[in-house]
Ligand binder design. Structure first.
Ligand SMILES: NC(=O)c1ccc[n+]([C@@H]2O[C@H](COP(=O)([O-])OP(=O)(O)OC[C@H]3O[C@@H](n4cnc5c(N)ncnc54)[C@H](OP(=O)(O)O)[C@@H]3O)[C@@H](O)[C@H]2O)c1
Length: 270
């Protein structure tokens, strides 16, 4: 049996749907399993007892990274320990692209990768690049201009749908990907200036300090400003521009162009 966690989230729902389309009848692990009918299984990584993974052979572990490091580490420990306890054979983990080591949320991903490598489980690590959807949201025009502090940096943003398709291909044939770590970026790197040009608005990047002051206001959780600032900063410093061929090889086709995906997200957010 296959089980996908985070099945009602953006990525997990696409993975679950893709595996369902292949006739693999995946279970949907979720904090709200009722919406999936008979396929739903309660999976809440914050439950100290850990999820019941009895009968699961392949687990697609979609990271639950929205939280402080100690929270995320505890979540991922519970689910990996449950996988060991219940005899799961193979874990497919959605991690973070290697070039993302400077991002504030990298530590929890690297910790989880290490936890899996040191376990007795079979594993595949999908190091996902930053979503084109996220880039578009962050670079959405405000007051008629793109002001996100990406500097002149480029980001090899990737369409979330492609990441889901890659996870589906791996989960459908996990033995072929045992012990492999894939770097999954978009095929080209996007810039905020390029996105602004396509939107027909000027690009006037704010200084990081100004953006930090804005983010410090109400509305965000305490860990979120650092998370967002690190995305701006690492992109501006050129750490996230590199593209890799792993995604095209895994998909056996060209990845989607991330620019239209980012433009749609920017349009929806402005
Ligand atoms: N590469 C990127 O650009 C990027 C951007 C944002 C986030 N991420 C990471 O990638 C993951 C998936 O992205 P996404 O776009 O699908 O995010 P999303 O839409 O926010 O979905 C995340 C899902 O994680 C599950 N989850 C959260 N807390 C959980 C908990 N305590 N126990 C069990 N499940 C929990 C939830 O699924 P249920 O509601 O079904 O329980 C939630 O819907 C995120 O969680 C985050 O770690 C990556």
């Amino acid at each position: 049996m296959l089980l996908v966690t985070g099945a009602s989230g953006h990525l997990g729902s696409l993975i679950h749907a893709g595996l369902t389309e292949r006739g693999l009848a995946p279970l949907a692990g979720s904090r709200t399993p009722g919406r999936f009918g008979d396929a739903g299984r309660p999976v809440d990584f914050d439950d100290p007892a850990g999820p019941d993974l009895a009968g699961v052979r392949v687990l697609v572990l979609v990271s639950a990274g929205c939280g402080e490091d100690d929270v995320v580490l505890a979540r991922h420990e519970r689910v990996v320990a449950a996988a060991e306890r219940h005899g799961v054979r193979h874990v497919v983990y959605t991690s973070l692209v290697g070039a993302g080591d400077h991002l504030a949320f990298a530590l929890a991903h690297r910790w989880t990768e290490r936890r899996l490598r040191e376990s007795r489980l079979d594993w595949t690590i999908l190091r996902n690049g930053l979503y084109a959807e996220l880039f578009g949201q962050l670079a959405a025009p405000v007051g008629g201009a793109v002001t996100a502090p990406f500097g002149a940096g480029a980001l090899a943003a990737v369409a979330r749908h492609d990441l889901a398709d890659a996870a589906v291909r791996v989960a459908a044939d996990p033995a072929a990907h045992r012990g492999r770590t894939y770097e999954l970026t978009g095929p080209v790197a996007l810039t905020a200036a390029g996105l602004a040009a396509r939107l027909g608005v000027p690009y006037r990047p704010a200084p990081l300090g100004e953006r930090r002051a804005t983010l410090a206001g109400p509305g965000l959780l305490p860990f979120q400003p650092a998370m967002l600032l690190s995305i701006y900063s690492a992109t501006a410093a050129g750490f996230l521009a590199g593209t890799h061929g792993d995604l095209a090889r895994l998909l056996a086709r060209a990845p989607r162009d991330p620019m239209p995906v980012a433009l749609a997200a920017a349009g929806a957010s402005s």
